[in-house]
Design a binder for this molecule. Structure first.
Ligand SMILES: Cc1ncc(COP(=O)(O)O)c(C=O)c1O
Length: 432
């Protein structure tokens, strides 16, 4: 993992991480604005500026905060939300409604109503009941809603099964079986309350190969052709999802965005040329690949336990409550002692969390300099699905988040305090 040091300390976007830990406390999420912007600029240059009619919708589930949405808005990108909470965050960030698309495999009536009231640009239909629900709400409000269908493209991907989503047996999307999908399409074409734009897929996450994306594009284009043949209807938009992989471990070999987008666009443009089909707009929905590598988490080392001939454990002041991914799907991470970042590794240590679960192990067997209580451990690539999956298990507080850029640090999420944690709890009169 490449990183910069100064006076033996890990530096992150010009900031001394040990000083950040002192100023803001630990656990602490630290996000580099420069690294986020570099990813956005790469997408801008190699995708948005390169092709006609394409957009990037940041998948806000990866890291959804008001400040992050402002960075996305400044770039002029769109936003993908999946729940009322993510939509509410977008509303509070004054995100332009027409640039928001709403996903979700089980949107509630209230969520759909909220999305329609805010005027989101698109709702991506994920179940067989949803068109009827959208139509009835839209009719009441006298609105016409842009919709796409999320399809299950029935492709398998080379990633952990817990983050693959496009296989046939999936809770996500509508089966591509014409007997199931086409009555939905027909309804969407005919219904005056909706404007049927096209199809969406998302094949999975943390992918290093583009074959599943390409297979899914072919399947989506087959549907485009069939819809034209069967309904004489032109598809205006396709959404190719996210899923582009990032570096968690030195052995990971992520690809640039255009390794995915160029061949997908080539396949689409080829199709349009051969079939004399007007080019549909294309949207991609990256989340992890925009924020993961921009983020680190700082923890303070506490208890150290040496089991001779077995293992040495060093416990941090957080763990699965601020990063559930190792426990949830055996995700691997690496890191350094931020205050000894130039020192050579001399021992093998297992970094364990403080939650009351045996699976709360952040990193098994990492090589580190001599580890001592009070050291600051920095975990790399925690910018995606860390803060957004944080929990209050064991009544541990959700950590603060700082955004750093060129040596300047801004607090963008305050550390949760105990009163906030208990704010919604009530003792009924019978127990007083
Ligand atoms: C519909 C949809 N779009 C986009 C994403 C973002 O995926 P990633 O963070 O891997 O880019 C997800 C992730 O689960 C998703 O379900």
């Amino acid at each position: 993992m490449d990183f910069e040091t100064k006076n033996g300390h890990l530096m992150w976007d010009g900031c001394d991480t040990v000083a950040l830990a002192q100023e803001f406390g630990t656990p602490l999420y630290v996000m580099s604005q420069t690294k986020i912007e570099n990813k956005l600029n790469e997408l801008q240059t190699n995708f948005v500026d390169k092709y006609e009619k394409v957009r990037v919708a940041y998948a806000s589930k990866a890291f959804s905060t008001l400040a992050m949405l402002k960075i996305i808005e400044k770039q002029g990108f769109s936003l993908e939300v999946l729940s009322d909470g993510e939509l509410y965050t977008a509303i509070k960030a004054d995100f332009p409604p027409e640039l928001i698309e709403m996903n979700g495999n089980n949107k509630s009536l209230a969520e759909i109503e909220m999305a329609i009231d805010y005027g989101v640009g698109r709702i991506i239909v994920d179940s067989l009941q949803e068109v009827a629900i959208i139509r009835s709400i839209a009719a009441k409000k006298n609105k016409v809603i842009n919709i796409l269908f999320r399809i299950t493209p029935e492709v398998s991907v080379a990633t952990h099964s817990f983050i693959s989503t496009g296989q046939k047996d999936s809770k996500f999307g509508i089966p591509i079986d014409p007997a199931i999908l086409f009555p939905q399409v027909e309804q969407a074409i005919q219904a005056p309350e909706v404007n049927f734009l096209g199809f969406h897929f998302h094949v999975g996450s943390q992918l290093f190969e583009n074959n599943a994306h390409l297979a899914a594009v072919t399947i989506a284009l087959d549907l485009v052709r069939l819809v034209k043949e069967k309904f004489d209807y032109i598809i205006e938009e396709l959404n190719f999802g996210g899923g582009f992989g990032v570096t968690y471990m030195d052995s990971d070999q992520p690809q640039p965005f255009n390794y995915f987008t160029d061949p997908m666009m080539e396949r689409l443009l080829d199709f349009c040329q051969k079939e004399h089909y007007p080019q549909p707009a294309v949207v991609i929905e990256p989340g992890r690949s925009i924020v993961a590598e921009a983020g680190i988490t700082l923890h303070t080392i506490g208890a150290i336990k040496e089991l001779p001939g077995i293992r040495k454990y060093a416990s941090i002041d957080g763990g699965m409550t601020d990063n559930i991914r190792p426990g949830l799907y055996q995700a691997e991470y690496t890191g350094v002692l931020a205050n000894k970042a130039d020192e050579p590794a001399i021992e093998t240590v297992t970094i364990s969390g403080k939650a009351c679960e045996s699976t709360d192990i952040l990193i098994k067997d990492i090589e580190l300099p001599k580890i001592e209580a009070g050291d600051i451990f920095a975990t790399f690539s925690t910018g995606a699905y860390g803060y957004s999956m944080a929990s209050n298990y064991n009544k541990l507080a959700i950590p603060a988040v700082v955004l750093v850029k060129n040596g300047k640090a801004d607090l963008i999420v305050r550390r949760q305090n105990f009163d906030q944690m208990l704010a919604n709890e009530i003792i009924p009169a019978s127990l007083k």
